[in-house]
Design a binder for this molecule. Structure first.
Ligand SMILES: NC(=O)c1ccc[n+]([C@@H]2O[C@H](COP(=O)([O-])OP(=O)(O)OC[C@H]3O[C@@H](n4cnc5c(N)ncnc54)[C@H](OP(=O)(O)O)[C@@H]3O)[C@@H](O)[C@H]2O)c1
Length: 352
């Protein structure tokens, strides 16, 4: 089996490359070569997906049985379509890593693969790339853009040669965004730890290695495949997640669970300032039944937490990325919120 991985430098792409090499497959990666060193054993081609001449040069290295596209988180549909058209003659199947954000109902409603997807055009250009709303953490521009990129792929390769994979939030070794690594460092530091919302609230992350394994399996499939990828609904909770972080880091700290309303009153940014905290009701109700029927396995979140801590403890550091800076609450702000809560609590308590 010969595959092309668009991306392959970090996180999901790197997990895909490692998994393919373990299967004995021949792997070509395509990155700009800006942010990481290639995985040993893969053939690294460097170039920019936004430059048609670079894609044409890449196509000259083919053919491949399949391409697994892991590097289109920031590209417009127009760019993805242009690249797909260049690669189509030399690639058998296109496995496209999309996102649950393509659903109109995300993150307000429970979702399955029949839920309505944003109407979006495969022609859309850079205007489709918009920043998220900072208070709610929702980025409708991202979902619409990724919906457009899905069309770009299916229109070019045809439905029968495409797999569309729609994961929820990815965690695991190599994470560069700053979600799980931030919680691990925070619990390691100890003290009173601001724990968001309710410990019984569902969380539904997915391990990057499980998505990589499934993407490789999909490279062998035939016919049109569309799958959501998340852990089983209700299996994981915020309380279980933070306790797993406390356990693996040997934390001497204490979790102080604070209601959503109080956190919102103090102006905390959802999703980023306390990573994975989101009050939207549909955020952890993604149905992955079709993927499970096709062989998808989601490991327990505690295993992801332990392996990521092991990865960090080996002295590994995530690839530098601007997203990192947006994650985690400043310690002084956390303390100010805790002090404010203690003060308000004292005011409310009955006189002795
Ligand atoms: N992270 C999540 O929680 C999450 C959740 C759901 C879905 N997804 C989807 O999963 C996919 C993988 O996400 P990710 O966060 O692992 O990676 P990513 O940020 O989408 O891609 C990073 C890789 O792509 C390369 N790259 C970036 N721009 C490029 C360009 N213009 N030309 C060539 N190569 C380029 C980078 O290497 P160089 O810098 O060296 O070029 C790097 O190896 C994305 O499609 C994303 O939308 C992610």
């Amino acid at each position: 089996m010969r595959i092309l991985v668009l991306g392959g430098g970090w996180f999901l792409g790197r997990a895909v490359v490692s998994g393919a090499l373990e299967r004995g497959w021949e792997v070509t990666t395509f990155t700009r070569g800006l942010s990481s060193v290639p995985v040993p054993g893969a053939v690294a081609v460097h170039g920019d997906r936004e430059r048609p001449e670079d894609l044409a040069r890449l196509a000259g290295e083919g053919p491949w049985d399949a391409v697994i596209d892991t590097s289109a988180s920031e590209l417009s549909p127009h760019v993805v379509r242009s690249g797909a058209r260049t690669l189509e003659p030399v690639v058998g199947r296109y496995v496209y890593v999309s996102t649950v954000a393509v659903y109109e109902g995300w993150p307000a409603e429970p979702l399955n693969t029949c839920s309505p997807v944003w109407a979006a055009s495969a022609d859309a250009g850079p205007e489709a790339v918009r920043p998220p709303d900072s208070a709610s953490g929702i980025n409708p521009g991202y979902g619409r853009r990724k919906a457009g990129t899905e069309h770009a792929v299916t229109e070019t390769f045809g439905l029968s040669r495409t797999s569309l994979l729609r994961p929820g939030v990815l965690l695991g070794p190599g994470e560069y965004v700053g979600r799980l690594p931030w919680w691990l460092r925070r619990t390691e530091r100890g003290g009173v730890i601001l724990a968001p919302g309710n410990p019984t609230r569902r969380v539904q992350a997915v391990d990057v290695r499980d998505v990589a394994t499934f993407a490789l399996d999909q490279a062998l499939h035939v016919g049109h495949q569309v799958h959501n990828l998340g852990s089983p609904i209700g299996r994981e909770t915020m309380g279980g997640f933070l306790q797993a972080c406390m356990d693996v880091t040997g934390s001497t700290g204490e979790l102080l669970w604070v209601e959503d309303e109080i956190l919102l009153h103090h102006g905390l940014r959802q999703w980023t300032e306390l990573p994975l905290w989101w009050t939207h009701p549909g955020v952890s109700v993604i149905d992955s039944a079709s993927a499970v029927a096709a062989g998808f396995h989601s490991r327990p979140l505690a295993e992801t937490v332990a392996d990521t801590w092991h990865w960090l403890s080996q002295g590994n550091t995530p690839v530098p990325h601007r997203r990192w800076a947006k994650h985690g609450i400043d310690p002084a702000k956390e303390q100010a919120v805790l002090d404010g809560i203690a003060y308000e609590g004292a005011l409310r308590s009955p006189n002795p």
